[in-house]
Ligand binder design. Structure first.
Ligand code: 4FD
Length: 245
């Protein structure tokens, strides 16, 4: 999968997405990430990319020409039109379902805004979709773009190793993760739950499922409402809640 990012701060991307799992996936040519400097497409001798808003008011607005020319420089080499996503607080709020949808694309272009926003005609001309990573405002769209790239990339086959993808594949079904423990057996007087030491794999699986259900109910009831739990899950949850009453 290919990602192109249109940004005024291209150097931020390799710093974050050049390491660890995403860095390895890039080295193995499973994903490609290019950061393109919008400023390189300014037709102004001072490399200006923003200007005052018509109608007055504070702040600066990103100009249409450099952004649209930067996008055209990508498209001119292609026989298809990649989906362009604008990261903005006004977008559809990202969740794992949208991440899964986006992971089916072969090529995404991400536009990072700054200042008080971008000229509305950019949105009309080239933006296919506006996405927000949550209901808060940041100084730029770069961190949201990196969040989206990371979340989508880990669903691309071959990005996670077998070990890493196991928990993802088998577990991500809209529930929160169950608690995990490693050595030592006892830390500050707290012991690892007996069931995990038992070697009884059916019981371990059942306990973990029950913990996931209980945690989701207690911490994120909104997630649980979206699911249609089966008879067995409902029973596991009821049992977990009865015991802690
Ligand atoms: N919640 C997000 C995206 C961008 C951003 C910007 C208009 C501000 C938060 C367009 C205003 C872009 C998000 C840059 N802050 N800041 O996903």
């Amino acid at each position: 999968m290919r990602f192109d990012v249109l940004t005024l701060f291209p150097e931020l991307f390799d710093a974050v997405l050049g390491e660890s799992i995403i860095g390895r996936a890039r080295e193995n040519n499973i994903i490609e990430i290019n950061a393109i400097n919008i400023r390189d497409f300014s037709d102004n001798k001072h490399r200006k990319v923003d200007d005052y808003p018509y109608g007055g008011g504070g702040g600066m607005v990103m100009m249409a020409q450099p952004v649209c020319d930067a996008f055209d420089s990508i498209v001119k080499n292609l026989s298809y039109k990649p989906k362009l996503i604008y990261l903005s607080p006004q977008g559809r709020v990202l969740n794992q379902e949208i991440v899964k949808e986006l992971s089916k694309e072969k090529h995404l272009v991400l536009l990072c805004g700054h200042y008080e926003g971008i000229d509305e005609r950019i949105i009309e001309e080239i933006v296919d979709e506006e996405i927000s990573i949550g209901d808060y405002v940041l100084t730029g769209g770069e961190l949201p773009a990196m969040v989206l790239i990371d979340a989508v990339s880990r669903l691309i086959p071959g990005v996670l190793s077998g070990e890493e993808s196991y928990s993802q594949e088998s577990h991500y079904d809209g529930l929160l993760e169950y608690p995990q423990y490693t050595r030592p057996y006892e830390y500050k007087g707290k012991k690892v739950p007996d069931v995990l030491m038992s070697g009884h794999h059916a019981n371990i699986t059942r306990w973990r499922r029950q913990q996931s259900l209980k945690r989701t109910y207690l911490k994120r009831p909104d997630l649980l409402e979206k699911l249609d739990l089966g008879k067995e899950d409902k029973e596991l949850l009821r049992e977990a809640l009865e015991r802690s009453e």
